[in-house]
Structure formats: structure tokens, C-alpha cells
Write a protein that binds this ligand. Structure first.
Ligand SMILES: [Zn+2]
Length: 720
């Protein structure tokens, strides 16, 4: 689901050739393994890890991807069920105790979708035009769903059009300055910069009658490079589908906030979709730049600000009109069945501690990159775990692998599962997410700060198809990125270390419920490149084989990284978190918030004393426990106590009553932004109150944050 912003840099990397690494017996640069915490026999552990690393196979990953993407498989369709069955079979072949879990959730499929230009005379457009390029073997399948937006209501609107750039709050302010009134108008915005549900929400707040979201060639079309099938970028008719559910208050099934949508859930426990904070009120639908062009080209009114100019060959005006558009959307809403596939390997020593790894399986159409590059890599990771199991190995902690459904509509499969298993997850040491595993060769990751060093250590143990380790390639690409305007798709984290940057977790994929609702330390990994076919019919096997990962060696790399995380975490004697890095990041967030507070309210408005003291307390406790992690107690009871302290700290950062106006989100340090959706807002209670200019709330939230930091510090200290 997550939006990928292309990086120009990866173009250069893609063209370099590399040997196929390590499909044979010698998987990794031996000896590159950093000493980590604990005292388990390092040689034995290394041998488990190297035996695992030898298994993931590019050819098998290719076979998985080909099978998973042979038909369009939107959530809830028979083809989606067929992919669940395939995944379940692979889980079982590897020896996982596997179940297919069903949920009943509120979803729309499109019944009738049309967008027609009705004025001025002589301008014709009747969309959406079917997605097509000559030479694509997949785009004519009758099961390809017509372009639409998930969670849009049915509705008709006919009105003059206004162009609003990316549809950010600043863009609407700019329209106000230009004295352009959007009330009652159809707002045309382009994809990019924020989550599409946020575009819809802001347009609705400003009184628009409908929203059309199109893909401008500037953002992921020919302005970036050759378009598909000559290159990897979006062709004229390519449309980005996607959910416009507004997940600021909660993700998942719109009718069951905080409750699992099991088929047995009585109707009375659901809220009506009309009451759900998730559901937009005005119709919204996507278009290609082929279809948006006649609308944009005939807009009059003021010239748009120059930064709003996309790459169609005329000056963009903001309107309103004289172009009029008629939107006609008839959505088929029903409660539909989703299928999560969940496979377990019971832990030998600590079965109640679940190390959970997951990837979503449902796609808008074929989903070769998003998400099935992740599914194929996950299946090869599980293949590796299966080989270890056959040789007699047992993980110390329980391994859980999940193939989520309904992610695209609103992170539904993962959210419902977390809501169902919240008590079981109270002892979970980690959730590892992978959505888009591979769209190109550049490794990247986001994580809670406590897992950032763990991730770097994992990357040091896995070979890169470019030669050397994933870590070395990662270092090179992050160094090379400096000075280039295009950022990675993740917002940069507070840079408190000189090491490779690991981003913060906002929202946009299945870690959301784990981290922000249940307080499970989480990360998210992916390998990216030039990718302009996101959520279109062209994100298919032919695209992937030509541009994504022709040799499937990055699939192999991601299978190794993904699986190694789970194995190392499950077998760790001492849980490998680094809370010192967490403490430093929190201190940096507080510094920034203090500066913002002073610039907005003057330097006497708030007392940061208590929260700064709590942050310092947390940092000191983190430093002490890190020393203990390096020389852990031999006594099993003391060791258990140390691990319990480490495991409980993330959860201690949850605010029991939740964040203001959105109790489902409980994490005191990270939440998805109100007006970004994907990007994280850090220390959200405080920063959102400052944004709103609400000093009283900001004071309460400083106190609430101080309390959470105090609890987390005490939890770390509970290890004596
Ligand atoms: Zn996805």
C-alpha cells in the first residue's frame, strides 16, 4: 500500500551488472558477523544462521512470484483465496503449523465508474480509459478491476474543476490566496507527497463536491525516464488505484475499531459504515494522465504557482472551470471474507514469546512488486526455516509468519489479527514487516530506534548481489544519496548516529497495529528502484522480470534478511535491542519540539523540565541496561528478568488512554501524521497540539509523555 517516491539515483545502480551471489553452499562473507549480545555458543549459532542463509533460492522465488501473480487477486476474490491456499501449502511443506483465518469486513468493489467532461463544448473525455500498452501480456484479462478508489462512497457530482496540486493543507491555503473557492467544485489533485485518503479528507474539509486524483508524468511517468514497456515508468493510461479510507483515527475494518472482525462477531458490535470515521463523504476516483490531460488543458483562471506545474506540455491553470466534469460512481459495498494465512513454529524454551513476521498478499491487480515480491521472498525465508526444522533445529521463541489479506483497503488483515491477539502479543519481542520487498536494488529500512542497530547487524551478515554485504551496499547508496534532491520514500529519522540511516515508522503498511496499537517493537524493510507502475495493471510479472529483479537475486537477498531477523530474534539469549539509540532520538525530538514551542508561543509558555528529566532518566537507564546486555548474568532467573525488562520497554511507551481524539493509537513516540498519513509524526501528542496552537493540550501532552518516559525508564531499571 505504501507510496513509493522514486529516486533518480537508483537508475545508475540498476544499470550495473552483478554476479548471482550465494545460491550455493557458501552463503555469506564469513566472519562479518558482529558479536551481538549474549553467550550462546557463537559457533553453533553461526552455523544455524549460515545453514539458513544457504537456502533461499532465486529460481524458487521466481516460481512463487509467477504463481502468485498469474491472475488479478484483489482482497476477497476467489483468486485471492487461491493465493492464500498456495501460501498455506508452502507454509505446511516447511513444517509450519498453519491456519487460514477468516475475517468478515466492509469493502467496496466498483460497479459503475465514469468521469466525463461535460463542458465546454468540443472538449471530449470519457474515462476511465482502459489501461493498455502494446506489448504487455497481462492488461487485457477481464478480471482486471476497473480503476477506482477503495472506501470511496457511491455518488454523483457534476461541477467545475479546480486544480489543487498535491492537495496538501498548504496547497489549499494557496488557493485561498488566489481567491479560488473550492466549495461545491470537483477538485483535481495529483498523486504524491501525502496519502491519498488525506487528499480526500482535506478537500472534503474545504467543501469540495468530489475529488479526482491523477498520476502526473512528473511524479512517476516519462519525466522520470522511459515509460513501460520501454522503461519502468508509468505509461499514459496507467492508473494508481488505492484506498481513500481515512485512517487517522484507526485502521482496519471501518466497522470494528478496536475489535476483531471475526465472522462470529455479532452485528450489534459493529458500527454502521456511515458512522465510521474512516469513510469519506464525497466521491473520489483516480485517473491516468491520459484522461486527466483534457481537463487540465482546458482549465482557465489564474496560472498555478510554478511548483504546481507538472509535466504535461501546457501551463497548468487552477480554474475554476470552464471545464465541467461529471463523476458517476456506483460502488458495490458488502461484508466480504478475507483470508490471513498464519503459520507457527512453537518455541522450545519460551513458547509464549511470539516473534512475528508478515507481508500482505492481496493486490489491486497482479501486484508483482506490491506486495508479492514480498510474499515470494517470505516464502523463501520460510523455505530456509523449514530446512532448519528438518535438520532438528528448534527456535527458542515461537516463530509466527503471517500472510495478510486486505492490506490495500486499509491494513485490514493485520489490524484485525492484532486486535484478536492483543493479549498474546503482550510478550512479543518483535514484528518484522515486508510489503514491497523488491522494486529495485537499493536496500532501505525503517524501524523503532531500539531495532535500528539490530537491522544494521543483520545487514552485515547477508551478502549483497552487488558483492560485499547488504550493509556495505546500503552504506554506499546512502552516502551517494547525499546532495540529491530526491529523498527515499521514508522520511529521514533523527540522525543521532553517523551510521546508515534507518527511517521512522509512520503508517502505510501492516506494522501499524503491532507498533502503534499493541506496542510491539517493529521494523519494515524493502529494496527499491525506479518504479512507476504502482497499483496499476502494469505492476505484473512481465514488468518485474524486465525491470524489478530480472535474476531474482534481490528477492534472495530480501528472503535472507527477512528470515535472519526472525531466527536471530527467536534464538537470542539476550534480546538484541539498543535502547540507547532510542533515548538519543527521543532527546532530539524533544529539542525540536521545544524550539517549535518557543517560536510559536514564546519561551515561557511551557515547562519542558519534567519531560526532559524523564527523557534523561530513560537515557541513563538505557545506557546501564546496554552494559548488562553485553555481559549478561549467567543466572537464568536474572537473565529472564533482564529480557523481561527489555521486552516490556516499548509497551511502556504506550499511553493507556491513547492519543487525543484517536484512542486506538497509543504510542507516545510515533503515529501517522494527520495530514501526511504515511510519514511519522514523532511525539505526536505534543507536536499535534503545538500544530493546532492548543497550549493547554500541549501542556497535558507534555505531562503524558513525561509519564510514559518515566514508565519506560522504570521498566528498563526493573532488570536488577
Ligand atoms: Zn503493499
Amino acid at each position: 500500500m505504501k507510496q513509493l517516491f522514486p529516486s533518480l539515483l537508483t537508475l545508475a545502480i540498476l544499470s550495473s551488472s552483478f554476479p548471482i551471489a550465494g545460491s550455493g553452499r557458501s552463503p555469506g562473507p564469513s566472519g562479518s558477523r558482529q558479536p551481538i549480545f549474549g553467550f550462546r555458543d557463537a559457533a553453533a549459532e553461526n552455523s544455524v544462521e549460515s545453514r539458513f542463509l544457504a537456502v533461499p533460492d532465486p529460481k524458487l522465488a521466481e516460481e512463487h512470484l509467477r504463481t502468485l501473480t498469474q491472475a488479478p487477486h484483489m482482497a476477497g476474490t476467489p483468486e485471492d483465496k487461491a493465493t492464500a491456499d498456495y501460501v498455506a501449502q508452502k507454509f505446511r511443506e516447511a513444517g509450519l503449523d498453519t491456519e487460514v483465518v477468516e475475517y468478515k469486513v466492509w469493502l467496496n468493489y466498483p460497479a459503475e465508474i465514469s468521469v466525463d467532461v461535460t463542458a465546454p463544448a468540443g472538449v471530449e473525455m470519457h474515462g476511465p480509459t482502459r489501461e493498455h500498452v502494446d506489448g504487455d501480456p497481462y492488461d487485457s484479462d477481464p478480471r482486471v478491476v476497473m480503476p477506482f478508489n477503495g472506501m470511496s462512497p457511491s455518488g454523483d457530482a457534476e461541477a467545475e474543476v479546480i486544480y489543487a496540486n498535491y492537495g496538501t493543507p498548504e496547497d489549499f491555503e494557496e488557493l485561498e490566496k488566489l481567491k479560488v473557492d473550492v466549495r461545491g467544485k470537483i477538485v483535481l489533485v495529483r498523486y504524491g507527497q501525502n496519502f491519498r485518503g488525506v487528499k480526500e479528507f482535506i478537500a472534503q474539509e474545504h467543501g469540495a463536491a468530489g475529488v479526482i486524483i491523477y498520476s502526473d508524468p512528473y511524479d512517476d511517468g516519462w519525466r522520470r525516464g522511459d515509460k513501460y514497456p520501454e522503461g519502468p515508468w508509468r505509461p499514459d493510461t496507467g492508473v494508481q488505484r488505492g484506498s481513500v479510507g481515512y485512517m487517522f483515527e484507526f485502521p482496519g475494518d471501518p466497522t470494528t475499531p478496536g475489535v476483531a472482525s471475526l465472522p462470529s462477531l455479532p452485528e450489534s458490535k459493529r458500527i454502521s459504515p456511515e458512522q465510521s470515521a474512516q469513510m469519506p463523504k464525497i466521491p473520489v476516483t483516480p485517473l491516468s494522465y491520459h484522461d486527466a490531460r483534457p481537463i487540465l488543458e482546458h482549465l482557465a483562471g489564474p496560472d498555478s504557482p510554478r511548483e504546481w506545474q507538472g509535466s504535461l506540455p501546457f501551463t497548468y491553470h487552477v480554474g475554476p472551470g470552464p471545464v465541467k466534469v461529471k463523476m458517476h460512481l456506483k460502488q458495490d459495498y458488502q461484508f466480504r471474507t478475507l483470508w490471513d494465512v498464519v503459520g507457527r513454529v512453537r518455541g522450545s524454551d519460551l513458547p509464549d514469546e511470539w516473534v512475528v513476521s508478515g507481508n500482505h498478499r492481496d493486490a489491486w491487480v497482479y501486484g508483482a512488486v506490491d506486495p508479492n515480491s514480498g510474499t515470494a521472498a517470505m516464502l523463501e525465508a520460510i523455505h530456509g526455516v523449514g530446512e532448519l526444522l528438518k535438520s532438528g533445529w528448534k527456535p527458542k521463541r515461537t516463530l509466527v509468519f503471517c500472510s495478510w489479506d486486505g492490506e490495500e483497503e486499509g491494513l485490514i488483515g493485520s489490524t484485525e489479527w492484532v486486535e484478536q491477539h492483543e493479549p498474546d502479543l503482550a510478550n512479543s519481542p518483535a514484528y518484522f514487516n515486508m510489503d514491497v520487498a523488491v522494486s529495485g536494488p537499493k536496500f532501505g529500512a525503517s524501524a523503532v530506534p531500539s531495532l535500528k542497530q539490530f537491522l544494521r547487524d543483520i545487514a552485515k551478515a547477508v551478502p549483497s548481489p552487488k558483492g560485499g554485504t547488504v550493509y556495505e551496499a546500503w552504506q554506499k547508496s546512502s552516502r551517494a544519496r547525499e546532495g540529491i534532491g530526491q529523498e527515499d520514500y521514508k522520511p529521514p529519522a533523527a540522525q543521532v548516529t553517523a551510521d546508515v540511516p534507518v527511517g521512522d515508522l509512520g503508517s502505510g503498511s501492516d506494522y501499524t497495529a503491532f507498533l502503534q496499537h499493541a506496542g510491539v517493537p517493529s521494523d519494515d524493510i524493502g529494496s527499491t528502484g525506479p518504479y512507476g507502475v504502482y497499483h496499476s495493471v502494469f505492476d505484473n510479472f512481465a514488468w518485474f522480470k524486465k525491470f524489478g529483479d530480472p535474476e531474482f537475486t534481490y528477492e534472495q537477498e530480501m528472503a535472507r534478511v527477512f528470515g535472519l531477523q526472525a531466527i536471530r530474534m527467536a534464538d537470542a539469549d539476550v534480546l538484541p535491542y539498543n535502547y540507547e539509540e532510542y533515548g538519543k532520538e527521543i532527546a532530539a525530538y524533544l529539542d525540536a519540539a521545544k524550539k517549535r514551542a518557543e517560536s510559536k508561543f514564546g519561551d515561557r509558555a511551557f515547562d519542558f523540565g519534567a519531560v526532559s528529566a524523564a527523557a534523561k532518566h530513560f537515557q541513563e537507564a538505557a545506557t546501564k541496561i546496554l552494559a548488562k546486555q553485553k555481559t549478561p548474568p549467567r543466572d537464568p532467573a536474572k537473565l529472564a528478568q533482564l529480557n523481561q525488562a527489555l521486552r516490556g520497554t516499548e509497551r511502556a511507551l504506550l499511553v493507556p488512554e491513547g492519543l487525543p481524539h484517536r484512542p486506538w493509537f497509543r504510542h507516545a513516540i510515533y503515529a501517522p501524521g494527520e495530514y501526511t498519513g504515511y510519514a511519522a509524526v514523532v511525539i505526536p501528542g505534543v507536536n499535534e497540539a503545538l500544530d493546532k496552537g492548543d497550549a493547554e493540550r500541549a501542556r497535558q501532552q507534555l505531562a503524558s509523555l513525561a509519564a510514559a518516559l518515566g514508565r519506560a525508564a522504570k521498566t528498563l531499571e526493573g532488570s536488577r
